[in-house]
Design a binder for this molecule. Structure first.
Ligand code: HGY
Ligand code: MN
Ligand code: MN
Length: 423
């Protein structure tokens, strides 16, 4: 679409209907926030709740006349035909799985927005040369099965689809078994091969940061995503009686964990507050008040926009831990390694052009959160658009974006997708 906005494309996006669909989705796995209001969501990947949400959006897509398919790692696709069925499609979408203590918009908004953008394009009678496909990637969050982005990594060929079959969730269920069960439950949905070459990929997502809201912008034209590295650290000592074992004789895994984390805090100290270092999950054995801990497993989530720092500091993690630990055996395993990426000007320009033609305030900004888009970058021109969210709160039931903010995002997404689909 070269000459501005299709007159009725904006009107074709119904803010109230969009909000209603998001709230229908949010009811699947709803959890209470700190005040007990059911505004959070816990919908882990490859669970009955995940499948219930997928059935709901599959129904919406089929009602739109879109074809539905699933690939071997469970990525779910909806396809809108263009005038040239052989043209490489434009791909949009995000993820439907949430954090265990998640919100109503992270991920799912991008999938529902993609569907509603296609609906607006159809309702507005905007012809597109290229097909448009909407994807729901498998396991972006990595909450149930670590790491995240398994669906997009397998689809993009970063790793074979069976790489994580042995990864177990806290209940001991492996990703491979959960995926097998999931695909069997969705056996009625046509299969498609893993991976293909889209013309471009554009993912819509809430910002998960405070800038757009604080500075009064409607749309974030995302310039890229910082790098992320995840590690799991296992310390093995000896359990003992809390009342009798002398401290001088102990091999206390918790005390060594504290030494290790203090040393990592020194390694990761950054007065400019750009670096991100998080220990978010700690498992202790035997986890009783009157026994010395003989095992500790803790996670490390380390992020930085500069590739050099990501490599240098990330590669120093294991040695820093080994030097700090006094009495336990140490095992450090890296389980996620996503380098910083820059998004493609073709996609950024389509978003920026749509936002300006729709009279919206826009700003270029990088993403602190990782997204499936990070792994699509090597496959085709890739980009993202952000909408504001309340105080940047995310991975928290209090996550919130206003209906009008989300509708503006869908309208820009619709125009940008139509633009890309006619290139
Ligand atoms: O952790 C992340 O950055 C993403 O929100 N899953
Ligand atoms: Mn997300
Ligand atoms: Mn997330």
């Amino acid at each position: 679409m070269s000459d501005g906005v299709a007159p009725n494309l904006i009107a074709a996006v119904d803010e109230a209907k969009h909000w209603d669909r998001l709230m229908q989705m949010a009811a699947i796995g709803a959890i209470p926030d700190a005040e007990g209001k059911m505004v959070g969501v816990n919908r882990a990947c490859l669970t009955p709740l995940d499948r219930q949400a997928r059935r709901l959006i599959i129904g919406w897509a089929q009602a739109l006349g879109m074809s539905v398919s699933v690939d071997e790692i469970g990525n779910l696709f909806f396809r809108h035909e263009g005038t040239d069925a052989n043209a490489a499609p434009v791909l949009t979408g995000s993820h439907m799985d949430t954090q265990p203590n998640g919100g109503r918009f992270d991920g799912i908004w991008g999938v529902v927005a993609g569907l509603e953008a296609v609906q607006a394009i159809r309702d507005a009678g905007v012809a597109t040369k290229r097909p448009i496909e909407v994807v729901a990637w498998t396991n972006e969050e990595g909450g149930r099965f670590a790491p995240g982005c398994m669906g997009s990594m397998a689809w993009a060929g970063f790793k074979p689809a069976n790489t994580w079959d042995g990864v177990a969730d806290p209940d001991g269920i492996t990703f491979g078994d959960a995926l097998k069960e999931h695909l069997a439950e969705e056996a009625d949905i046509p299969r498609r091969p893993l991976g293909y070459q889209p013309y471009a990929y554009l993912e819509a997502h809430i910002e998960q940061g405070p800038r757009l809201e604080a500075e009064g912008y409607d749309i974030g034209v995302v310039t890229g995503i910082q790098g992320s590295r995840w590690f799991i650290v296992e310390l093995t000592g000896e359990t003992a009686h809390a009342g009798t074992a002398p401290l001088s004789m102990r091999k206390d895994a918790i005390q060594d964990m504290i030494r290790a984390i203090n040393a990592l805090n020194d390694l990761m100290a950054d007065p400019t507050d750009v670096l991100r270092f998080t220990v978010g999950r700690i498992e202790v054995h035997p986890n009783t008040s009157n026994s010395v801990a003989d095992k500790v497993r803790f996670t490390i989530d380390f992020r930085h926009p500069d590739k050099e720092v990501l490599i240098l500091n990330g590669d120093a993690i294991e040695n820093t831990i080994r030097t700090a630990v006094k009495n336990c055996d140490v095992k450090v395993t890296e389980r996620f390694h996503a380098l910083p990426v820059e998004f493609d000007p073709i996609v950024q320009n389509a978003v920026s052009k749509a936002a300006s033609e729709q009279g919206l305030k826009q700003i270029d900004l990088p993403s602190g959160a990782f997204h499936d888009a990070q792994f699509v970058v090597p496959v085709c021109p890739t980009g993202m658009l952000f909408v504001p969210c309340f105080k940047g709160i995310s991975h928290n039931p209090a996550e919130y974006s206003k209906p009008e903010e989300l509708a503006k995002g869908v309208r820009v997404l619709a125009q940008a997708l139509a633009d890309l689909a006619n290139q």
